[in-house]
Design a protein around this ligand. Structure first.
Ligand code: ZN
Length: 502
Protein backbone atom coordinates (compact mmCIF):
# COMPACT_ATOMS: atom_id res chain seq x y z
CA UNK A 1 0.00 0.00 0.00
CA UNK A 2 1.16 3.41 -0.90
CA UNK A 3 1.50 5.81 1.79
CA UNK A 4 -0.40 8.92 1.33
CA UNK A 5 1.95 11.73 2.24
CA UNK A 6 0.58 14.62 3.71
CA UNK A 7 1.35 17.68 1.61
CA UNK A 8 2.81 20.61 3.29
CA UNK A 9 3.27 24.09 1.81
CA UNK A 10 6.13 26.20 3.06
CA UNK A 11 6.28 29.89 2.13
CA UNK A 12 9.76 31.40 1.88
CA UNK A 13 10.43 34.95 2.33
CA UNK A 14 12.28 36.80 -0.47
CA UNK A 15 15.54 38.45 0.59
CA UNK A 16 16.10 42.10 -0.21
CA UNK A 17 18.69 42.94 -3.02
CA UNK A 18 21.59 45.23 -2.63
CA UNK A 19 22.35 47.90 -5.39
CA UNK A 20 25.46 46.01 -6.29
CA UNK A 21 23.43 43.00 -6.88
CA UNK A 22 20.90 44.95 -8.92
CA UNK A 23 23.57 46.45 -11.13
CA UNK A 24 25.08 43.06 -11.82
CA UNK A 25 21.78 41.62 -12.71
CA UNK A 26 21.13 44.35 -15.28
CA UNK A 27 24.51 43.75 -16.83
CA UNK A 28 23.81 40.02 -17.22
CA UNK A 29 20.59 40.80 -19.00
CA UNK A 30 22.42 43.08 -21.46
CA UNK A 31 24.96 40.39 -22.25
CA UNK A 32 22.25 37.86 -22.79
CA UNK A 33 20.44 40.13 -25.20
CA UNK A 34 23.57 40.92 -27.11
CA UNK A 35 24.38 37.23 -27.30
CA UNK A 36 20.94 36.40 -28.52
CA UNK A 37 21.10 39.03 -31.20
CA UNK A 38 24.51 37.77 -32.35
CA UNK A 39 23.20 34.29 -32.46
CA UNK A 40 20.29 35.37 -34.61
CA UNK A 41 22.68 37.12 -36.99
CA UNK A 42 24.84 34.08 -37.14
CA UNK A 43 21.92 31.87 -38.02
CA UNK A 44 20.85 34.32 -40.70
CA UNK A 45 24.35 34.47 -42.15
CA UNK A 46 24.75 30.71 -42.16
CA UNK A 47 21.37 30.27 -43.75
CA UNK A 48 22.16 32.84 -46.38
CA UNK A 49 25.47 31.18 -47.08
CA UNK A 50 23.78 27.83 -47.55
CA UNK A 51 21.24 29.31 -49.92
CA UNK A 52 23.82 31.24 -51.88
CA UNK A 53 26.20 28.22 -52.06
CA UNK A 54 23.41 26.12 -53.47
CA UNK A 55 25.35 22.92 -52.79
CA UNK A 56 24.53 20.37 -55.57
CA UNK A 57 25.87 17.37 -57.50
CA UNK A 58 27.71 18.06 -60.71
CA UNK A 59 28.90 15.52 -63.33
CA UNK A 60 31.82 16.23 -65.64
CA UNK A 61 32.27 13.91 -68.64
CA UNK A 62 35.86 13.15 -69.43
CA UNK A 63 36.62 13.33 -73.09
CA UNK A 64 34.19 14.45 -75.78
CA UNK A 65 30.53 14.06 -75.08
CA UNK A 66 30.18 12.36 -78.45
CA UNK A 67 32.50 9.51 -79.22
CA UNK A 68 33.00 7.61 -82.47
CA UNK A 69 34.53 4.17 -82.34
CA UNK A 70 35.34 1.61 -85.03
CA UNK A 71 33.05 -1.36 -85.09
CA UNK A 72 34.63 -4.41 -83.59
CA UNK A 73 36.97 -2.41 -81.40
CA UNK A 74 35.88 -2.67 -77.74
CA UNK A 75 34.61 0.67 -76.46
CA UNK A 76 36.58 2.12 -73.58
CA UNK A 77 34.60 4.86 -71.91
CA UNK A 78 36.77 7.83 -70.92
CA UNK A 79 34.72 8.07 -67.76
CA UNK A 80 33.24 10.95 -65.79
CA UNK A 81 33.58 12.61 -62.41
CA UNK A 82 30.78 13.48 -60.02
CA UNK A 83 31.25 16.02 -57.21
CA UNK A 84 29.26 17.99 -54.73
CA UNK A 85 29.84 21.60 -55.51
CA UNK A 86 28.44 25.00 -54.68
CA UNK A 87 28.68 28.60 -55.70
CA UNK A 88 30.23 29.80 -52.59
CA UNK A 89 32.48 27.11 -51.30
CA UNK A 90 33.32 25.25 -54.48
CA UNK A 91 33.93 21.57 -54.98
CA UNK A 92 34.20 19.16 -52.17
CA UNK A 93 37.12 16.88 -52.24
CA UNK A 94 35.22 13.71 -51.67
CA UNK A 95 33.69 12.41 -54.96
CA UNK A 96 30.13 11.34 -55.11
CA UNK A 97 29.46 7.84 -56.34
CA UNK A 98 28.75 7.83 -60.08
CA UNK A 99 26.40 5.36 -61.79
CA UNK A 100 26.62 4.64 -65.51
CA UNK A 101 23.77 2.99 -67.36
CA UNK A 102 23.40 2.10 -70.98
CA UNK A 103 25.60 -0.13 -73.10
CA UNK A 104 27.69 0.19 -76.21
CA UNK A 105 27.65 -2.90 -78.46
CA UNK A 106 30.83 -2.29 -80.33
CA UNK A 107 30.13 -5.28 -82.56
CA UNK A 108 27.09 -3.58 -84.06
CA UNK A 109 27.03 -0.38 -86.05
CA UNK A 110 24.71 2.12 -84.35
CA UNK A 111 24.29 5.10 -82.01
CA UNK A 112 24.37 4.36 -78.31
CA UNK A 113 23.53 6.66 -75.36
CA UNK A 114 25.26 6.30 -72.00
CA UNK A 115 23.63 7.83 -68.95
CA UNK A 116 25.75 9.03 -66.02
CA UNK A 117 23.92 9.79 -62.79
CA UNK A 118 24.87 10.68 -59.21
CA UNK A 119 23.00 11.92 -56.14
CA UNK A 120 23.77 13.24 -52.72
CA UNK A 121 21.75 15.01 -50.03
CA UNK A 122 18.67 14.57 -52.10
CA UNK A 123 20.20 16.37 -55.03
CA UNK A 124 20.65 14.46 -58.28
CA UNK A 125 22.51 15.04 -61.56
CA UNK A 126 22.24 13.29 -64.91
CA UNK A 127 24.48 13.59 -67.97
CA UNK A 128 24.53 11.79 -71.30
CA UNK A 129 27.13 10.75 -73.78
CA UNK A 130 26.45 9.65 -77.39
CA UNK A 131 28.66 6.89 -78.74
CA UNK A 132 28.68 6.21 -82.49
CA UNK A 133 29.85 2.75 -83.54
CA UNK A 134 30.93 3.08 -87.16
CA UNK A 135 32.65 1.02 -89.86
CA UNK A 136 35.29 3.03 -91.64
CA UNK A 137 37.50 0.07 -92.53
CA UNK A 138 37.38 -1.05 -96.15
CA UNK A 139 37.32 -4.76 -97.01
CA UNK A 140 40.62 -6.53 -97.61
CA UNK A 141 41.02 -8.17 -101.03
CA UNK A 142 43.47 -11.04 -101.28
CA UNK A 143 44.67 -12.26 -104.70
CA UNK A 144 45.65 -15.90 -105.04
CA UNK A 145 48.80 -16.93 -106.84
CA UNK A 146 49.27 -20.47 -108.06
CA UNK A 147 52.82 -21.71 -107.94
CA UNK A 148 54.28 -22.04 -111.39
CA UNK A 149 51.18 -20.72 -113.10
CA UNK A 150 51.72 -19.20 -116.53
CA UNK A 151 49.12 -17.61 -118.72
CA UNK A 152 48.58 -19.65 -121.87
CA UNK A 153 48.64 -18.29 -125.38
CA UNK A 154 45.27 -19.86 -126.03
CA UNK A 155 43.15 -18.46 -123.27
CA UNK A 156 45.43 -15.73 -121.98
CA UNK A 157 45.23 -15.31 -118.24
CA UNK A 158 42.93 -17.59 -116.35
CA UNK A 159 41.93 -16.30 -112.96
CA UNK A 160 43.92 -17.77 -110.11
CA UNK A 161 41.30 -16.72 -107.60
CA UNK A 162 40.71 -14.02 -105.06
CA UNK A 163 38.81 -13.39 -101.87
CA UNK A 164 37.56 -10.37 -99.99
CA UNK A 165 36.83 -10.10 -96.30
CA UNK A 166 35.28 -7.14 -94.53
CA UNK A 167 35.66 -6.45 -90.82
CA UNK A 168 31.90 -6.01 -90.52
CA UNK A 169 30.25 -7.77 -93.49
CA UNK A 170 32.48 -10.84 -93.37
CA UNK A 171 33.19 -12.64 -96.65
CA UNK A 172 32.33 -10.27 -99.48
CA UNK A 173 34.11 -12.18 -102.25
CA UNK A 174 30.89 -12.44 -104.24
CA UNK A 175 30.59 -8.68 -104.32
CA UNK A 176 33.98 -8.19 -105.92
CA UNK A 177 33.75 -6.52 -109.30
CA UNK A 178 36.46 -7.74 -111.65
CA UNK A 179 37.40 -5.54 -114.58
CA UNK A 180 39.89 -6.64 -117.21
CA UNK A 181 42.09 -4.07 -118.84
CA UNK A 182 45.03 -4.63 -121.12
CA UNK A 183 47.32 -6.93 -119.19
CA UNK A 184 45.84 -5.70 -115.93
CA UNK A 185 42.89 -6.79 -113.87
CA UNK A 186 41.16 -4.59 -111.30
CA UNK A 187 39.27 -6.03 -108.38
CA UNK A 188 37.10 -3.72 -106.32
CA UNK A 189 34.57 -4.20 -103.59
CA UNK A 190 32.48 -1.91 -101.38
CA UNK A 191 31.23 -2.86 -97.95
CA UNK A 192 27.77 -2.10 -96.56
CA UNK A 193 29.07 1.12 -95.03
CA UNK A 194 30.36 2.34 -98.38
CA UNK A 195 34.05 1.71 -97.75
CA UNK A 196 35.72 0.72 -101.01
CA UNK A 197 38.83 -1.29 -101.74
CA UNK A 198 40.54 -1.77 -105.07
CA UNK A 199 43.54 -3.91 -105.92
CA UNK A 200 45.07 -4.78 -109.25
CA UNK A 201 46.89 -7.65 -110.80
CA UNK A 202 49.38 -7.13 -113.60
CA UNK A 203 49.36 -10.01 -116.08
CA UNK A 204 52.44 -11.04 -117.93
CA UNK A 205 51.58 -12.95 -121.07
CA UNK A 206 54.71 -13.11 -123.12
CA UNK A 207 53.74 -16.43 -124.68
CA UNK A 208 54.26 -16.68 -128.38
CA UNK A 209 51.98 -18.61 -130.69
CA UNK A 210 52.20 -22.38 -130.69
CA UNK A 211 53.78 -24.31 -133.49
CA UNK A 212 51.39 -26.54 -135.37
CA UNK A 213 53.48 -29.52 -136.35
CA UNK A 214 52.13 -31.57 -139.22
CA UNK A 215 52.76 -35.27 -139.09
CA UNK A 216 54.07 -36.38 -142.47
CA UNK A 217 55.08 -32.89 -143.53
CA UNK A 218 53.61 -29.89 -145.29
CA UNK A 219 53.13 -31.72 -148.56
CA UNK A 220 52.01 -35.30 -148.72
CA UNK A 221 51.20 -37.77 -151.40
CA UNK A 222 47.94 -39.59 -150.77
CA UNK A 223 46.91 -42.63 -152.80
CA UNK A 224 43.33 -42.21 -153.98
CA UNK A 225 40.77 -43.79 -151.67
CA UNK A 226 37.15 -43.51 -150.56
CA UNK A 227 38.12 -41.66 -147.39
CA UNK A 228 40.86 -39.27 -146.38
CA UNK A 229 42.60 -39.79 -143.09
CA UNK A 230 44.78 -36.93 -141.99
CA UNK A 231 48.25 -38.16 -141.01
CA UNK A 232 47.88 -36.10 -137.85
CA UNK A 233 49.18 -32.93 -136.24
CA UNK A 234 49.90 -31.45 -132.89
CA UNK A 235 50.09 -27.97 -131.43
CA UNK A 236 52.08 -27.24 -128.31
CA UNK A 237 52.70 -23.79 -126.91
CA UNK A 238 55.81 -22.43 -125.25
CA UNK A 239 54.66 -23.47 -121.82
CA UNK A 240 54.15 -27.01 -122.97
CA UNK A 241 50.35 -26.81 -123.06
CA UNK A 242 48.97 -29.28 -125.59
CA UNK A 243 46.57 -27.29 -127.75
CA UNK A 244 46.03 -29.97 -130.38
CA UNK A 245 42.37 -30.31 -129.50
CA UNK A 246 41.83 -26.66 -130.43
CA UNK A 247 43.20 -26.96 -133.92
CA UNK A 248 40.56 -26.41 -136.59
CA UNK A 249 41.03 -27.74 -140.07
CA UNK A 250 39.53 -26.09 -143.12
CA UNK A 251 39.69 -27.18 -146.69
CA UNK A 252 38.44 -30.38 -148.18
CA UNK A 253 40.12 -33.35 -149.75
CA UNK A 254 38.09 -35.49 -152.09
CA UNK A 255 40.42 -38.44 -151.87
CA UNK A 256 38.78 -40.33 -154.71
CA UNK A 257 39.63 -37.53 -157.14
CA UNK A 258 43.26 -37.27 -158.16
CA UNK A 259 44.50 -33.72 -157.71
CA UNK A 260 46.08 -31.23 -155.35
CA UNK A 261 44.25 -30.03 -152.25
CA UNK A 262 45.10 -27.54 -149.55
CA UNK A 263 44.27 -27.96 -145.90
CA UNK A 264 44.62 -25.17 -143.39
CA UNK A 265 45.18 -25.89 -139.74
CA UNK A 266 44.72 -23.07 -137.30
CA UNK A 267 44.04 -22.15 -133.73
CA UNK A 268 42.53 -18.84 -132.76
CA UNK A 269 43.10 -17.71 -129.22
CA UNK A 270 40.82 -15.57 -127.10
CA UNK A 271 42.67 -12.47 -128.18
CA UNK A 272 41.82 -13.28 -131.80
CA UNK A 273 45.39 -14.14 -132.69
CA UNK A 274 45.97 -17.17 -134.85
CA UNK A 275 48.59 -19.83 -135.26
CA UNK A 276 48.36 -21.70 -138.50
CA UNK A 277 49.91 -24.24 -140.78
CA UNK A 278 49.17 -25.33 -144.30
CA UNK A 279 49.37 -28.72 -145.90
CA UNK A 280 49.20 -29.65 -149.55
CA UNK A 281 47.66 -33.05 -150.16
CA UNK A 282 48.43 -34.54 -153.53
CA UNK A 283 45.95 -37.31 -154.22
CA UNK A 284 47.67 -39.68 -156.61
CA UNK A 285 46.41 -42.74 -158.44
CA UNK A 286 46.93 -46.08 -156.77
CA UNK A 287 49.58 -48.08 -158.55
CA UNK A 288 47.98 -50.43 -161.06
CA UNK A 289 49.39 -53.55 -162.58
CA UNK A 290 49.72 -53.58 -166.33
CA UNK A 291 47.11 -55.41 -168.31
CA UNK A 292 48.36 -58.64 -169.75
CA UNK A 293 46.35 -59.92 -172.65
CA UNK A 294 46.90 -63.64 -173.08
CA UNK A 295 48.16 -64.76 -176.44
CA UNK A 296 46.38 -68.09 -176.27
CA UNK A 297 42.67 -68.47 -176.82
CA UNK A 298 41.02 -67.65 -173.51
CA UNK A 299 37.47 -67.57 -172.23
CA UNK A 300 36.65 -65.73 -169.04
CA UNK A 301 33.24 -66.92 -167.92
CA UNK A 302 31.70 -64.24 -165.72
CA UNK A 303 28.46 -64.51 -163.76
CA UNK A 304 26.65 -61.43 -162.46
CA UNK A 305 23.89 -60.74 -159.95
CA UNK A 306 24.36 -63.84 -157.77
CA UNK A 307 24.65 -65.63 -155.58
CA UNK A 308 21.26 -67.25 -156.06
CA UNK A 309 19.45 -70.58 -156.12
CA UNK A 310 21.48 -71.88 -159.10
CA UNK A 311 24.93 -70.86 -157.97
CA UNK A 312 25.58 -74.10 -156.11
CA UNK A 313 24.70 -76.15 -159.20
CA UNK A 314 26.99 -73.99 -161.27
CA UNK A 315 29.87 -74.41 -158.81
CA UNK A 316 29.40 -78.19 -158.85
CA UNK A 317 29.54 -78.19 -162.64
CA UNK A 318 32.63 -75.95 -162.77
CA UNK A 319 34.28 -78.20 -160.18
CA UNK A 320 33.54 -81.25 -162.29
CA UNK A 321 35.24 -79.69 -165.28
CA UNK A 322 37.98 -77.99 -163.28
CA UNK A 323 36.99 -74.63 -164.79
CA UNK A 324 37.60 -71.40 -162.91
CA UNK A 325 35.19 -68.53 -163.53
CA UNK A 326 34.46 -65.09 -162.09
CA UNK A 327 31.49 -64.05 -159.96
CA UNK A 328 30.43 -60.40 -159.73
CA UNK A 329 28.25 -60.62 -156.67
CA UNK A 330 25.43 -58.68 -155.06
CA UNK A 331 23.78 -58.51 -151.67
CA UNK A 332 20.46 -59.56 -153.15
CA UNK A 333 20.71 -63.25 -152.38
CA UNK A 334 21.43 -63.32 -148.67
CA UNK A 335 20.28 -66.95 -148.37
CA UNK A 336 23.15 -67.91 -150.68
CA UNK A 337 25.92 -65.69 -149.33
CA UNK A 338 27.94 -68.76 -148.36
CA UNK A 339 28.30 -69.55 -152.07
CA UNK A 340 30.60 -66.53 -152.30
CA UNK A 341 32.94 -68.17 -149.82
CA UNK A 342 32.74 -71.51 -151.54
CA UNK A 343 33.47 -70.01 -154.96
CA UNK A 344 36.45 -68.15 -153.54
CA UNK A 345 37.86 -71.24 -151.87
CA UNK A 346 37.42 -73.24 -155.04
CA UNK A 347 39.63 -70.82 -156.96
CA UNK A 348 37.05 -68.66 -158.68
CA UNK A 349 37.53 -64.89 -158.81
CA UNK A 350 35.13 -62.77 -156.79
CA UNK A 351 34.36 -59.20 -157.79
CA UNK A 352 31.99 -56.49 -156.66
CA UNK A 353 28.89 -55.95 -158.69
CA UNK A 354 26.49 -54.07 -156.41
CA UNK A 355 24.88 -54.50 -153.04
CA UNK A 356 21.43 -53.35 -154.16
CA UNK A 357 21.71 -53.29 -157.94
CA UNK A 358 19.28 -50.37 -157.80
CA UNK A 359 20.30 -47.99 -160.61
CA UNK A 360 18.35 -45.03 -159.24
CA UNK A 361 20.19 -45.39 -156.01
CA UNK A 362 23.76 -46.25 -156.98
CA UNK A 363 23.98 -43.76 -159.86
CA UNK A 364 22.41 -40.89 -157.92
CA UNK A 365 25.86 -39.56 -157.01
CA UNK A 366 29.39 -40.72 -156.36
CA UNK A 367 28.98 -41.14 -152.64
CA UNK A 368 25.89 -43.31 -153.10
CA UNK A 369 27.84 -45.51 -155.48
CA UNK A 370 30.78 -45.72 -153.08
CA UNK A 371 28.53 -46.63 -150.16
CA UNK A 372 26.86 -49.42 -152.12
CA UNK A 373 30.22 -50.59 -153.42
CA UNK A 374 31.80 -50.74 -149.99
CA UNK A 375 28.83 -52.65 -148.59
CA UNK A 376 29.47 -55.28 -151.24
CA UNK A 377 33.18 -55.31 -150.45
CA UNK A 378 32.35 -56.01 -146.81
CA UNK A 379 29.95 -58.78 -147.80
CA UNK A 380 32.73 -60.41 -149.82
CA UNK A 381 35.22 -59.96 -147.02
CA UNK A 382 32.81 -61.55 -144.56
CA UNK A 383 32.56 -64.65 -146.76
CA UNK A 384 36.11 -64.91 -148.03
CA UNK A 385 38.28 -63.12 -145.47
CA UNK A 386 39.75 -61.15 -148.32
CA UNK A 387 39.02 -57.93 -150.19
CA UNK A 388 38.79 -57.83 -153.95
CA UNK A 389 39.96 -55.20 -156.43
CA UNK A 390 37.74 -56.50 -159.22
CA UNK A 391 34.30 -55.15 -160.08
CA UNK A 392 31.72 -54.72 -162.76
CA UNK A 393 29.39 -51.74 -163.01
CA UNK A 394 25.72 -52.69 -162.94
CA UNK A 395 24.66 -52.23 -166.53
CA UNK A 396 28.31 -52.12 -167.57
CA UNK A 397 30.44 -49.03 -167.91
CA UNK A 398 28.62 -48.15 -171.14
CA UNK A 399 25.15 -48.06 -169.60
CA UNK A 400 22.97 -45.10 -170.45
CA UNK A 401 20.37 -45.69 -167.76
CA UNK A 402 22.58 -43.72 -165.33
CA UNK A 403 21.91 -40.57 -167.39
CA UNK A 404 18.46 -40.56 -165.80
CA UNK A 405 20.04 -40.04 -162.39
CA UNK A 406 23.31 -38.17 -162.78
CA UNK A 407 24.73 -36.80 -165.97
CA UNK A 408 28.31 -37.86 -166.62
CA UNK A 409 28.57 -40.10 -163.60
CA UNK A 410 29.83 -43.17 -165.46
CA UNK A 411 32.84 -41.32 -166.86
CA UNK A 412 33.70 -39.97 -163.46
CA UNK A 413 33.17 -43.26 -161.65
CA UNK A 414 35.28 -45.16 -164.19
CA UNK A 415 38.12 -42.68 -163.59
CA UNK A 416 37.75 -42.49 -159.80
CA UNK A 417 37.43 -46.24 -159.30
CA UNK A 418 40.46 -46.89 -161.46
CA UNK A 419 42.47 -44.24 -159.60
CA UNK A 420 41.49 -45.91 -156.35
CA UNK A 421 43.05 -49.12 -157.59
CA UNK A 422 39.97 -51.04 -158.68
CA UNK A 423 39.82 -52.85 -161.98
CA UNK A 424 36.49 -52.92 -163.73
CA UNK A 425 35.41 -55.35 -166.39
CA UNK A 426 32.85 -55.17 -169.15
CA UNK A 427 32.40 -58.01 -171.63
CA UNK A 428 32.84 -58.70 -175.29
CA UNK A 429 30.55 -61.69 -175.49
CA UNK A 430 26.96 -61.53 -174.33
CA UNK A 431 24.81 -64.56 -173.69
CA UNK A 432 21.51 -62.77 -174.13
CA UNK A 433 20.26 -64.14 -170.80
CA UNK A 434 19.29 -60.68 -169.52
CA UNK A 435 16.16 -60.40 -171.64
CA UNK A 436 16.85 -61.44 -175.18
CA UNK A 437 16.19 -65.13 -174.47
CA UNK A 438 15.22 -67.63 -171.78
CA UNK A 439 16.45 -70.51 -173.86
CA UNK A 440 19.41 -72.54 -172.69
CA UNK A 441 20.13 -73.45 -176.26
CA UNK A 442 20.16 -69.82 -177.39
CA UNK A 443 22.37 -68.81 -174.52
CA UNK A 444 24.90 -71.46 -175.49
CA UNK A 445 24.68 -70.48 -179.16
CA UNK A 446 25.12 -66.79 -178.38
CA UNK A 447 28.20 -67.47 -176.32
CA UNK A 448 29.75 -69.86 -178.79
CA UNK A 449 29.09 -67.49 -181.69
CA UNK A 450 30.41 -64.54 -179.76
CA UNK A 451 33.57 -66.33 -178.66
CA UNK A 452 34.27 -67.48 -182.17
CA UNK A 453 34.97 -63.86 -183.06
CA UNK A 454 37.58 -63.30 -180.31
CA UNK A 455 40.80 -64.79 -179.12
CA UNK A 456 40.15 -63.52 -175.62
CA UNK A 457 36.52 -63.62 -174.57
CA UNK A 458 34.90 -62.07 -171.56
CA UNK A 459 31.47 -63.70 -171.44
CA UNK A 460 28.54 -62.16 -169.59
CA UNK A 461 26.06 -64.54 -167.95
CA UNK A 462 23.82 -64.37 -164.87
CA UNK A 463 23.91 -67.20 -162.32
CA UNK A 464 20.48 -66.16 -161.01
CA UNK A 465 19.09 -67.53 -164.28
CA UNK A 466 18.76 -71.32 -164.20
CA UNK A 467 18.45 -71.64 -168.00
CA UNK A 468 21.70 -69.71 -168.38
CA UNK A 469 23.52 -71.87 -165.83
CA UNK A 470 22.27 -74.91 -167.76
CA UNK A 471 24.13 -73.70 -170.87
CA UNK A 472 27.54 -73.66 -169.19
CA UNK A 473 28.40 -77.33 -169.67
CA UNK A 474 27.79 -77.02 -173.42
CA UNK A 475 29.94 -73.87 -173.56
CA UNK A 476 32.82 -75.54 -171.66
CA UNK A 477 32.81 -78.55 -173.94
CA UNK A 478 32.66 -76.36 -177.05
CA UNK A 479 35.41 -74.09 -175.73
CA UNK A 480 37.79 -76.89 -174.96
CA UNK A 481 37.08 -78.50 -178.31
CA UNK A 482 37.98 -75.21 -179.97
CA UNK A 483 41.25 -74.66 -178.08
CA UNK A 484 40.11 -72.20 -175.47
CA UNK A 485 41.41 -72.11 -171.94
CA UNK A 486 38.96 -71.08 -169.20
CA UNK A 487 40.43 -68.66 -166.66
CA UNK A 488 39.27 -66.48 -163.78
CA UNK A 489 39.81 -62.74 -164.10
CA UNK A 490 42.53 -61.00 -162.11
CA UNK A 491 43.84 -57.46 -161.84
CA UNK A 492 45.98 -57.82 -164.93
CA UNK A 493 43.21 -59.25 -167.09
CA UNK A 494 41.80 -57.77 -170.25
CA UNK A 495 38.92 -55.45 -169.29
CA UNK A 496 36.85 -55.71 -172.47
CA UNK A 497 35.88 -52.10 -171.86
CA UNK A 498 32.98 -50.72 -173.78
CA UNK A 499 33.74 -47.06 -173.27
CA UNK A 500 31.42 -44.92 -171.24
CA UNK A 501 28.32 -43.29 -172.74
CA UNK A 502 27.47 -41.09 -169.77
ZN1 ZN B 1 23.89 -56.91 -163.07
Amino acid sequence: MKDKKKSTHVREEKPKLTSEEKHRKIHRKKVAVIFAIALIYLVIVVAAAIVIDDRHVEITLLGDSEQTVEVGVPYADPGAEAYLTGNLFGRMDSAVTLRISGEVNSAEIGDYALEYSASAFGREAVSYRLVHVRDTTPPVITLNHEDGYMASWLVGYSEEGFSAVDNYDGDVTERVIRTEGDDIIYYSVTDSSGNESTVQRVIEYGISEPMIRLEGGEEISYPADFTFTDPGFEAIDESGNDLTAYVQVTGEVKPWIVGSYELNYYIMNEQGETASAKRVVNVVPQPMPDTVVPEEKTIYLTFDDGPGPYTERLLNLLANYGVKATFFVTGNGPDYDDMIGRAYREGHAIGVHSYTHDYSRIYANEQAFFDDFQATEELIYSQTGSYTRLFRFPGGSSNTVSRNYNYGIMSRLARYMTDMGYVFFDWNVTSGDAGETTSTYRVAENVKNGCSEHTVCVVLQHDIKGFSVDAVENIIIWGRNHGYTFKPLDETSFGAHHGTNN
